[in-house]
Design a protein around this ligand. Structure first.
Ligand code: NOJ
Length: 587
């Protein structure tokens, strides 16, 4: 095993200068699935308000709500038809104001999910735009006139034909939609569009919201000449046309006109962004955004062969690749601050993807993954339900799915005579609805989520995996999560310390040192269902174990540490580490 350490990245700011969001955990709520207060089978704002005490008791202080604005729900709120109204399914503006008041009263903050790259096709701007080329709203969107022939190929994420252009007869032109047809892309080169969007941001900030998660933000600027793309050279063409020519100029303008005037957090969604590009969004001196939610973990593929350590390693993905990816993002953040996540509403459940959700390992691997997210350097984005160890539901039929992505891709494969069975098998592992099933509150009907049949089926494992049961069990995933969150608060140095990857090529163990001014912490995590051993490269004499996920901690008195399947341990090391192999000394 090689022990080539990655260079550490030292936070530049002192504790006093640190913005609050560097120390927080962003807890993501999919409102449709969190808690239904009015018995229509759909989660709502009052449902969230009713559970604020539960979240506060877990130690959660920052909530990110997936879109709550008026929407016809082609893509569950990511198609907004009125940015200043609350989606009827979720309640009223009064409900939202009450939720915000009650959150603030508990010292909690709320981030809204703003979709600024596109609107719904039912937004009044688009309803106007599509009527004629002379309409003043026509230039709010991106068009290709029919007299110029077929538009150059652009791929759409959710379109049934994967085509991002849709013909609109009244204007004799095609409109661009990188997502579904119901989600036309806005023309950010039009200054009126930008001002409208900044006004929307001010509207919500005036109400007191604490910031935004900015959806699909790398896509906002386009090269409007739409050059032909060599698809041989760019088989995955999204990276080619995200990060458009004026992206950073527009983000700086947004910062100048809106963000710099308020105390708010902005977290951009950074799909298709490399660590080096990512740095540009978050470098404090560039005055753009605060955080970028990168897709490193989502982009790691499951493999069947050629894995480091072979099948013996007991992991179906390339762990060293994940380690390098996180180390790269950590280094690239520079004076900015990284984020870390393993699951969200667009990804499978973290325990199913990176752990093992069989009854034997679910609890242990969910705890080990929690230990990872809560001990890395960066703001963790935690997806609601992962603290219970909620797992993929693995639907077997297409009609069980709600997600436009799954349904449209299925239709395309079916139309083209492809292998729909294989697609359904893949979706069982990666489909987005796996993460969107209702939150499992208790063992009663519908998992206590609603009194009515929920909009998406509840995972049948709810009788075992639910908040009521786990709250009463000191060994549950939930109790472990609560302890780990509390530990972060007791050890601010753990949150702030630099990160140094150890044993980057170890095929089973993710090991790292967090090195602060007054303390250092060693984290050893076995990501596999097989035992593993490591020589951690740090002196363990006098190490104080702070957190472990088996009933007993692994012995730390030798030069090597043996970890059981999915075992994780966090310890505080009092004495300085030996200098051998280190790239920097901070003491
Ligand atoms: C990213 C969001 O996370 C996803 O759920 C949505 O479908 C697309 N952006 C389009 O807005």
């Amino acid at each position: 095993m090689k022990n080539a350490p990655h260079a550490a990245n030292s936070p530049a700011t002192t504790a006093e200068e640190r913005p609050w969001w560097r120390d927080t955990i962003v807890y993501q709520i999919y409102p449709r699935s969190f808690r239904d207060s009015d018995g229509d089978g759909i989660g709502d704002l009052n449902g969230i308000a009713d559970r604020l005490d539960y979240l506060h008791d877990l130690g959660i202080e920052t909530l990110w709500l997936n879109p709550i604005f008026a929407s016809p729900n082609a893509d569950n709120g990511y198609d907004i038809s009125d940015y200043r109204r609350i989606m009827e399914d979720f309640g009223t503006m009064e409900d939202f104001e009450r939720l915000l008041r009650e959150a603030h009263a508990r010292g909690m903050r709320i981030l809204l999910d703003l979709v600024l790259n596109h609107t719904s096709d039912e937004h009044p701007w688009f309803a106007e735009a599509r009527t004629s080329r002379e309409n003043p709203y026509y230039d709010y969107y991106l068009w290709w006139p029919e007299e110029q022939g077929r538009p150059p190929y652009r791929k759409s994420h959710f379109d049934e034909e994967a085509d991002a252009w849709c013909y609109n007869p009244p204007t004799r032109s095609y409109y661009l939609h990188y997502f579904a047809r119901q989600q036309p892309d806005l023309n950010w080169d039009n200054p009126r569009v930008r001002q409208e969007l900044y006004d929307i941001m001010r509207f919500w900030l005036d109400k007191g919201v604490d910031g935004f998660r900015l959806d699909s933000i790398p896509y906002i600027s386009k090269d409007r000449t739409f050059p032909e793309i060599d698809t041989e050279k760019f088989p995955d063409i999204f990276p080619y046309y995200s990060l458009g020519p004026h992206l950073h100029e527009y983000l700086r303008e947004m910062n100048r006109e809106v963000l710099s005037r308020r105390d708010c957090l902005t977290m951009g969604e950074g799909s298709k962004v490399s660590p080096e590009e990512g740095r540009k969004f978050i470098a404090p001196e560039r005055h753009e955004l605060d955080l970028l939610y990168h897709f490193g973990a989502a982009d790691i593929r499951n493999e069947t062969d050629g894995l480091p350590g072979g099948t013996e390693a007991g992991i179906l993905y390339d762990l060293p690749q994940i380690k390098r990816m996180y180390a790269d993002w950590d280094r690239a953040a520079g004076s900015g601050w990284p984020t870390v996540y393993l699951g969200n509403h667009d990804q499978p459940r973290m325990v199913s993807r990176f752990g093992d959700d069989s009854s034997r390992w679910r609890g242990l691997s969910a705890k080990m993954l929690a230990m990872f997210l809560l001990t890395m350097r960066g703001t963790p984005c935690w997806f609601a339900g992962d603290e219970l160890g909620m797992a993929n539901i693995r639907f077997t039929r297409i009609d069980e799915y709600d997600d436009i992505d799954t349904r449209n891709r299925y239709r395309k494969i079916e139309r083209e005579g492809g292998d729909t069975e294989r697609f359904l098998r893949e979706q069982q592992e990666i489909g987005r609805d796996n993460a969107r099933t209702p939150y499992q509150w208790d063992g009663s009907a519908h998992a206590g989520f609603s009194t009515a049949r929920p909009w998406l089926r509840v995972n049948p494992d709810y009788t075992e995996v639910n908040a009521a049961r786990e709250s009463a069990d000191p060994d549950s995933v939930l109790s472990f999560f609560r302890r780990a969150v509390a530990l972060r608060k007791e050890h601010p140095e753990l949150v702030r310390a630099s990160f140094r990857l150890l044993a980057p090529d170890h095929p089973q163990i993710f090991a790292y040192l967090r090195e602060g001014e007054a303390a250092r912490y060693l984290v050893l995590l076995n990501f596999s269902c097989r035992p593993a051993r490591i020589a951690p490269e740090a002196a363990l004499d006098g190490a104080e174990t702070l957190l472990h996920n088996y009933p007993t901690a692994p012995p730390l008195d030798g030069s090597t540490v043996e970890l059981r399947p999915f075992e994780g341990v966090l310890c505080r090391i009092a004495a300085p580490a030996p200098s051998a192999g280190r790239t920097e000394a901070r003491e």
